[in-house]
Design a protein around this ligand. Structure first.
Ligand SMILES: O=C(O)C(=O)C[C@@H](O)[C@H](O)[C@H](O)COP(=O)(O)O
Length: 370
């Protein structure tokens, strides 16, 4: 197990040739301006954050921006604010700053901030640099790595966006100290996902450390972040724009995104929707004779031990969820393309999934909760 002290910083590289970048994981990184400032090329920086995170950490980050022309743009907290309207506002903030092509956007916050800030960076003058400074577990282990940026529409999650890689990811684990428990647990869902699709040993390790992780034991968290980031960095390096393997990282997401959209982006946190979505994907896979009930049971127990929701929320209609799933980005004309499960550590991209089986899985899940 890794024990991390003040000076230990783990560096994991996302190996994308000329656009390769480091993911730094450690303590005190926000205040270590000398490290990440070297990734800025010009004189302008826009810090995008939210009204919860900025009061806690903007000042610490800003010490590293001394001598630059910089300003901040703050979102309200929550997935509902990952909108086109707010991208427009972020771009106006860049205009007000007089940001030139060598400017940098710095995303200080969780997945919503990172996705929106990255998309604004991808749009401004057709693409400027950005740096991810994730302050939630979910953003550290998942959304800050890999360059998926974008926003939601009322009709669907992440339907608009661009692949735009950051110049660096600065994961200061000190910021997890202020993360609410619910947000922390939501981040663990994306960790479980990584293990469920591609690393049976890691899954077993998570089972062995579930109680420590649920209790936020710090050494286990650092190891968890590093293992998940290393895994994801490998996938992204092999398939940056999701032509194949990368789609596996979407296990549980087609169901999950439909749940988030149906709940108008306020009912569930993204990680919670992914937890429920993974179980739905596991049950659908079982129904299609692709996986075994024992594996579904292990997944269910691990998610429960980590304090994640596993039941479909009340008041959602299976037909409505299926309609939302038809607008998922992985689909091809007229067919559902889902990530299905072969059991612990193995997932598969399946095209032409039978809609009746999906509907039956959703109906069964609803019957379980009512
Ligand atoms: O990085 C990826 O690739 C992923 O699919 C990671 C997901 O966990 C993440 O939620 C991602 O933002 C979803 O992407 P999307 O393409 O399904 O919108």
């Amino acid at each position: 197990m890794n024990r991390m002290n003040e000076t230990d910083v783990q560096t994991i590289e996302v190996a994308l040739g000329e656009r390769r970048y480091p993911v730094w994981i450690g303590r005190g990184l926000l205040g270590d301006g000398a490290r990440w400032r070297a990734r800025l090329r010009g004189r302008h920086a826009l810090v995008v954050s939210n009204t919860t995170v900025a009061p806690l950490y903007l000042e610490r980050l800003a010490r590293g921006l001394e001598g630059l022309q910089w300003s901040s743009f703050l979102l309200e907290d929550g997935e509902a604010h990952k909108s086109f309207a707010n991208v427009g506002r972020a771009l106006e903030a860049l205009a007000l700053l007089g940001a030139t092509r060598d400017a940098c956007v710095i995303a200080l916050g969780g997945g919503v901030v990172g996705d929106l800030a990255g998309f604004a960076a991808a749009c401004w003058m057709r693409g400027i640099d950005f740096i991810q400074v994730p302050t939630t577990l979910l953003a550290m282990v998942d959304s800050s790595v890999g360059g998926k940026t974008g926003v939601n529409l009322p009709s669907g999650k992440n339907l608009v966006g661009a692949f735009h890689q950051p110049r660096a990811v600065v994961a200061d684990i000190d910021t997890l100290a202020t993360l609410p428990d619910r947000e922390y647990r939501a981040g663990l869902a994306e960790v479980v996902k990584g293990a469920a699709i591609g690393d049976a040993d890691f899954f077993a390790w998570l089972e062995a450390h579930a109680d420590t992780l649920a209790a936020r034991g710090s050494a286990a968290i650092v190891e968890t972040i590093a293992r998940k980031v290393r895994y994801k960095a490998g996938v992204v390096a092999r398939d940056e724009t999701e032509q194949g393997e990368r789609a596996l990282l979407n296990l549980g997401h087609t169901f999950g995104h439909a749940l988030e959209t149906a709940g108008r982006y306020t009912a569930l946190l993204h990680g919670e929707a992914v937890a429920i979505g993974m179980l739905l994907a596991a049950r659908l896979s079982e129904r299609l004779d692709m996986s075994h009930a024992d594996d579904t049971g292990r997944l269910l127990r691990l998610l429960e031990r980590l304090g994640l929701p596993v039941a479909m929320p009340d008041g959602l209609e299976p037909e409505q969820l299926l309609a939302l799933m038809r607008l998922d980005k992985k689909n091809t004309a007229g067919t559902l393309r889902l990530i299905l499960w072969r059991g612990i550590g193995r997932a598969e991209i399946v095209a032409g999934v039978d809609e009746d089986a999906v509907l039956a899985t959703l109906k069964e899940a609803r019957a379980r909760t009512s």
